[in-house]
Design a protein around this ligand. Structure first.
Ligand code: FMN
Length: 196
């Protein structure tokens, strides 16, 4: 698939069925996606794949942190796709001058690249989060380290052809792309601002 077409036609898929990419296939996609811009090449992320009964571990944790009696509903949420790829942000806090926000930016670029590559290969995905990403029961069940942050899950599988989202309409962005006018008179005789 040509890149522009891939970007324009990717839609998040809410209905996903088996099969899903194998661990090897998914890892290969991540390897390619790791070409996304990453200041310092820190790769401040890791993935934890949940499939089959491992999804129940997450479902039980989601149910355990429910406070309003809807635990049974939450328990089944991870079963909505055959593969849940947990996105774990692992910022490097020492020995780097790359601030955490840049590392988070690099991680989200990676995730989007993975979504595009999945789409290109014919798979479907949707990035889901929710308050549960901060829940102690969920963090413990997925072995999220104290210095790590769970950014949610890519739900991955085969797009269910019975429910295709409408084709994307590209938004108007004209007013969001502006140019700085260069018609201001230059400062006379002084150094450039910020270079005194
Ligand atoms: C960080 C992040 C978290 C998201 N969390 C959810 C979520 O919990 N539930 C959901 O339905 N969509 C969530 N979305 C939105 C979908 O992933 C998707 O982008 C959105 O439905 C728009 O569809 P599109 O990707 O086809 O444009 C999230 C998106 C991002 C970037």
């Amino acid at each position: 698939m040509e890149l522009t077409q891939a970007i324009r036609t990717r839609r998040s898929r809410h209905l996903l069925t088996a099969p899903a990419p194998s661990d090897t296939q998914f890892t290969d996609l991540v390897r390619t996606a790791a070409s996304a811009p990453d200041h310092g090449t820190l790769r401040p992320w890791r993935w934890l794949l949940l499939r089959g009964t491992a999804r129940h571990v997450l479902g039980d944790a989601l149910a355990a942190q429910a406070t309003d009696g809807n635990g049974h509903r939450l328990r089944d949420k991870p079963l909505r796709a055959p593969l849940l790829a947990s996105i774990i942000f692992c910022p490097h806090e020492e020995a780097t001058r790359v601030p955490a926000w840049e590392q988070l930016a690099a991680t989200t670029l990676l995730v989007h690249s993975v979504e595009l590559l999945l789409h290109d290969a014919g798979w479907g995905s949707i990035w889901r989060t929710g308050g549960a990403v901060e829940a102690p029961a969920v963090r413990e069940a997925l072995h999220i380290g104290a210095d790590e942050r769970l950014l949610g899950w890519l739900y991955v599988g085969t797009p269910d052809g019975r429910s295709s989202p409408p084709a994307r309409t590209l938004p108007s962005v004209r007013e969001r792309v502006t140019s700085l006018s260069g018609r201001h008179p230059r400062r006379q005789g002084g150094a450039a601002p910020g270079r005194r």
